[in-house]
Each structure stands twice: as C-alpha cells, then as structure tokens.
Design a protein around this ligand. Structure first.
Ligand code: MIC
Ligand code: SF4
Length: 650
C-alpha cells in the first residue's frame, strides 16, 4: 500500500503494536532533547533508573530557559545538568548557544529519525522531516534508558499546500490560519503531514515555524517532506551527510485532509488569550502597542531576523514602544553581526537579548500593567508574559517589525515593497559551545547545589479515593495555569517541595493551603485540560500536594500522559453535562478502585455531599493500567528493568 511519511517512519521504528488509529504503538527513539526547565527532573529520573549511560543514538541537553540568574538557583541547575550529562553521555548545548529547537534544527536534526523531547515544541524538527514528539521528562528519561515510547496511534491529517505566499505573508500566518481552522483542540489525536506543490515554496526554517506551532492545535506533531530545499539547508549547515530524501508515496492514504492555498493567506494575528483567536491584522490595525518582542523557537531563524533588520533599517522605534529582539541561536546572532544586520537593529532602538527563550516564558521583559505586547512567539496565555493583565498578541516577524515602527498594530503590507532575506550558501558553523560526551567521563561527580532536591517518592494507588473538590476550572486550562513559568517560579523546577507552593497560584491563591489542609483532593475541569507545555511539574506538583484524580470533559495529550506517569487518574465524564452537578467543596469517593481498574474503563464516582453517583471513563491500555497500579512510570520501569534506586531518589 502507498504510504505517507508518518507511516514510513513509524514502521521503521515499530517495537510493538499496529498502525491502526487509536491502538497503542511502541516505537524506538533515536534522539532525545531536554533543557534546563524540564531536564533537571529528567536527569534525576534517569539516574533513578540506574542505567549508567544513555542508549540513544544521541541525547542532548540545552541550557536556554532558566538563564536569567536572578539568584543562585539557575546556575546551580546548570552545574547539575553539565555534570550529570558528562556522566551519562549526553551532549550539552551551553548557555548562550541558543534555544533548543533552533539549535537542534541547525546542528542535530536528522530527516527520518525519531526525536523525543521534554518540550512541547520539539515538533519544530518536523520542518526537516524528523518525527519529533514532545513528552514529559519521565518519558524522555525512559527513552534515554533505551525504552520505547508508547503512543496511541494518531490519525494522519494531510495538509495539502497549494500555490505560494503573497508578499508580506509569512509562515507564521500559515500556522495562524491553520489554528484558526482547527482551534486549540482540533488537532487532538492527529499528526499534521504537509504535502502538495506549495511545500517547495517554503524554506526549511519557514517549515520549522509551521511545525513548531502546530502543537498549539493539540496535535501530536507535524511533519514536512525532506526534499531539495531540506538538502540545501543541511548542506549550508555542513551536514549534507545527515540528509536523506523522505516523501510520501504517490497515492499515499491519509485519515483526513485539509487544503490550504498559500496565495490566499494574509497577515494574521492571534488576539488574547489563546493562539486560535485569530483575525486578519487589518481588523485590529491602529491599536497602540507598548512592547514588541521578536524571537522564540517559533520565529528566530536567520531568515526571520534578516527580514526584521531590513524593515527596521534607517528607522528608530517611536517613544513609548519597547522593541526586544532575541535571535534564536549563537549561529544566527553571529551571522547578524557579520552582516551588519545587528547594527541596523541596534540603531533602530532594538534591545538585544541573549539567544534564549527569555520573554516567551516570562523570564524578563514583562510588559507594563495592561500593556499591549505584540510577540512573534507561539503562546499568548494570560499571565505568561509575567504581567497578569497584559494583552499578548501573536504575529509574524514582519507584522511585529512594522508595528514597532508605527507604534500601533500595523499590517506590514502598508510598508510598500516587500523585504527578502538572502541566506548564505554556508552558515557560520561553530559548535564550540556544544560539549560532546566522552567515554572517560563516567566517573564524574554530579554537582548538586541546594536547589537540586531529591525526587519525591509516592505511594501506590489506594483501594479507595476520598476527598473534596479542591477546584472547579473551566475549558482550556493550560499547564501555565497549573504551574506558571516566569522568573520567580521557573528556577524552582528541580525543587518539587518549593515549586508546589505555586500550584494554580494565578487562578486561586488559596489552592495550596486548601489542598494541604484537606490532605489532597480532586480537581474538576472542562475541555482540553492541561493544554500547552509538556512540563510534568503540572502533574508532579499537584501530586505532591495529594491530588490523586482529575475529572475533566477532555484532556490534552501530553498532560494526560504526565498525570498517568505520576499516578494521577485522568478521569473523563461519560456524560459531559455531569460536570455542572458538582460544586467546590463537595466530598467525593471512588471505591473498589483496583478491581475496577483491572476490569475495564468505567469507574463510578460518588458525590457524598450531594448524594449522587456519576460514571467516569478511563481508557487505559493494559500497560498504562500497570503503570498506574505500580504508582507511576518510574516505579513501573524500575520493576520491569529490575534495577535498584540510585542516588537521585531517596
Ligand atoms: C513552554 O513553552 O511553555 C516551555 C517552557 O518551553 C515548555 C517546557 C516547560 O515548561 O519546561 C513546553 O513547551 O513544553
Ligand atoms: Fe522556549 Fe518559548 Fe519555545 Fe517554550 S515556546 S521552548 S519557552 S522559546
């Protein structure tokens, strides 16, 4: 049968299962990615598995999120990561080398290989034909130990691209248009596979922008063919030997299809507070802006930055507008410096930041109160900028630069002749900030500062769960809502007791006290609970506070997996409307849990306070049932690999 790209890669990596949508598939993982916000936990978990060296083709840790260093915690974590990576055989991309997804694209991506990353935007590498999947840190730790990654086989959605983008429309506008159509949950259970004649009109990094932000639809991942455009990108990175052609067979079969004519895409903008709240820029043009931020793993390539520099050239941003630019990698920054583009930006009044995530995750550059901030990033969740009442709009680099110059949201088409970026035949390749592992470093001592706390131990699943409704939340609760980022909280990622003080802090300041007083309890929510990032702390920290079950109308993929990994039951209502029958403070009970779990999918939940019973649904494979019963994935994996606990877990 003629095959699509997804099926080709999955077949080549299949360890168990069949490729029928919905069935559980195990695949081997070639590469892994962790960073300094998810990686401290992943490394502690890897250590607890008792495996001396990683078993992947290549594993890389990037220091790019936690780099503000307002106190000792960030650098303590860097020291921990660097020493643990030396010991375990993991490459380290040092601080200053760039944002993980941009650096991975440039230096490590391989078409046709699998990549599991402890970050939701790992999908970026789909731009060059890699099957790149975001997951929780524990799943990545298991993959580093050589274990398969299990997924519920997604449906493959063909996105047929026709034509070419008109002047001033950008790859960002393409993915905003897709989000407008799919919404933040419409991609659930799907992989977006791009195809059609329009693909070849897009450069490798434009494709990466689209693959990056596809995750905002709830999609599993996204992938482009690897073609001549990809080959030229690899040659320019001096990595021609890593390239291979990868295309869907003619007449390949897909589960679903969507057609997008690139020539009809106009400059778009996502209004606060969700990335699918998309309208044409011209609809909101003229609104004054306080801040414009250009960068993040979505839009920080050399191509994006050169376009921005050309737009800014010879102008200065007006008073009242703060323009921030963070190039995606050291390679991009060096190129900008060499070509004089950096000087053009500085002359225009841009505030140049180091090549890290920075303002995207609230690590500095919080806008003013009620500020309007235009960002080339991928998420505009409330509070993510570090200012609770700021209004975040998501746009292309072209729209961002045009708006920075005008001081108001501006359609870039009003600037006149379009700008183009000429890319080099050969990028400035310099890997001197990448530390490769060496075999003799096995004896390395792992450096643990006071911010590196041991992994908490959790009990096995009890026979009965009883507790009160601690929180009733609405639809589309993000992992940023559950455990926020930002300069105060992000440094605590390696310290679960400390970070758990901030669970739901932005929506309910009393949540932690209540959970502690009641000794845990239940969380109830609407649809798409846990959308957004892969941070497992959004499961781990509530679990630390005693939460053992979340009841929702539906869950986002990565968060659901993280809940299971840490022994929290992700229960769905059989009848969605039952949610309305509950009130905060109701006492709930599920009895006979272990027997019910062994038997099947439906669990009866009693509302003791109001005296009724509802049916809840928990669809788990046999393997996941065993994970939950074992008390979580770490316990399960250790039981199955028969290895003892190591230093990181006490
Ligand atoms: C994000 O964009 O929210 C992050 C920070 O990169 C996260 C990872 C994390 O929370 O550590 C992600 O997208 O997975
Ligand atoms: Fe970093 Fe933002 Fe990308 Fe997350 S989305 S990896 S915080 S740049």
């Amino acid at each position: 049968m003629a095959k699509n790209i997804v099926h080709k890669i999955l077949e080549a990596h299949l360890v168990s299962g069949t490729l029928n949508p919905g069935s559980e598939v195990g695949i081997s993982i070639d590469h892994t990615l962790i960073h300094d916000a998810t990686g401290t936990m992943a490394l502690l978990q890897f250590e607890a598995l008792g495996i001396p060296r990683v078993k992947t083709k290549r594993s890389v840790a990037y220091i790019d999120h936690n780099t503000l260093q307002t106190s000792f915690e960030n650098m303590d974590d860097h020291r921990f990561i660097e020493s643990a990576c030396r010991k375990f055989g993991i490459y380290v991309s040092r601080p200053g080398n760039g944002i993980c997804h941009q650096v991975n694209l440039e230096r490590f991506s391989v078409p046709g290989d699998t990549l599991l990353g402890a970050d939701s935007h790992t999908t970026t590498a789909g731009g060059v034909g890699m099957l790149a999947i975001g997951a929780g840190g524990l799943d990545v730790a298991v993959a580093m130990a050589g274990g398969p990654f299990y997924l519920s086989m997604p449906r493959v959605l063909k996105v047929e691209l026709k034509g070419a983008l008109p002047p001033w429309s950008s790859a960002k506008d393409v993915i905003l248009e897709i989000l407008r159509r799919l919404t933040v949950s419409g991609g659930y259970g799907k992989i977006l596979e791009f195809a059609g004649a329009g693909v070849k009109s897009l450069s490798a990094t434009e494709r990466a922008t689209i693959a990056n932000m596809s995750i905002e639809s709830g999609a599993f991942t996204a992938i482009f063919p690897s073609d001549e455009v990809t080959r030229r990108y690899f040659q320019a990175q001096a990595r021609g030997e890593d390239w291979q052609r990868l295309e869907a067979d003619r007449d390949a079969v897909y589960d679903e299809e969507m057609v997008l004519d690139l020539s009809s895409v106009e400059p778009l903008i996502a209004k606060p507070h969700l990335p699918d709240n998309v309208v044409p820029v011209k609809e909101v043009a003229g609104k004054p802006v306080d801040q414009v931020a250009i960068g993040s793993c979505t839009n920080s390539s050399l191509e994006d930055m050169l376009k921005v520099a050309s737009i800014l050239k010879g102008h200065v941003v007006p008073p009242g507008v703060s323009l921030i630019v963070s190039p995606g990698s050291r390679q991009v920054l060096l190129e900008l410096a060499e070509r004089g583009a950096l000087s053009q930006m500085i002359a225009a009044g841009a505030r140049i930041l180091e090549s890290t995530c920075g303002p995207c995750i609230g690590m500095g550059q919080a806008p003013c109160s009620k500020g309007v901030t235009l960002r080339t990033f991928n998420r505009n969740f409330k509070g993510r900028s570090g200012t609770a009442d700021a209004l975040i709009y998501l746009v292309s680099p072209e729209t961002a630069a045009a708006s920075a110059l005008r001081g108001v949201i501006a359609d870039p088409r009003d600037l006149g002749d379009p700008v183009a970026a000429t890319l080099p035949e050969r990028f400035l390749v310099d890997d001197s900030l990448i530390m490769p592992p060496r075999p003799e470093e096995r004896e390395t001592e792992i450096v643990r500062g006071p911010n590196i706390q041991p992994l908490p131990r959790f009990d096995a699943l009890p026979e009965e769960l009883e507790g009160e409704v601690l929180l009733m939340a609405g639809d589309n609760i993000t992992t940023d809502d559950i455990i926020p980022g930002g300069s105060k909280i992000l440094p605590l990622r390696s310290n679960i007791p400390a970070i758990s003080r901030y669970v739901f802090s932005q929506i309910d300041a009393n949540f932690v006290n209540r959970a502690e007083q009641r000794g845990g309890g239940f969380i109830l929510a609407g649809r798409n609970y846990g959308q957004g990032s892969s941070r497992e702390h959004a499961a781990l920290a509530p679990r630390f506070l005693g939460v053992r079950a979340v009841l929702a109308q539906s869950f986002a993929r990565i968060h659901r997996a993280n809940l299971i990994n840490f022994g929290i039951l992700p229960l769905e209502f059989v009848n969605e409307d039952d949610l309305k029958r509950f009130s905060p403070g109701d006492q709930l009970r599920i009895g006979n849990l272990i027997a019910l779990l062994a038997e099947g999918k439906t669990l009866l939940l009693e509302n003791v306070t109001q005296g009724f019973v509802v049916e809840t649904y928990l669809d788990l494979s046999q393997r996941l049932r065993e994970v939950i019963l074992a008390g979580g994935l770490l316990e399960y994996t250790r039981e199955n690999s028969k290895t003892g606990p190591q230093e990181g877990q006490r």
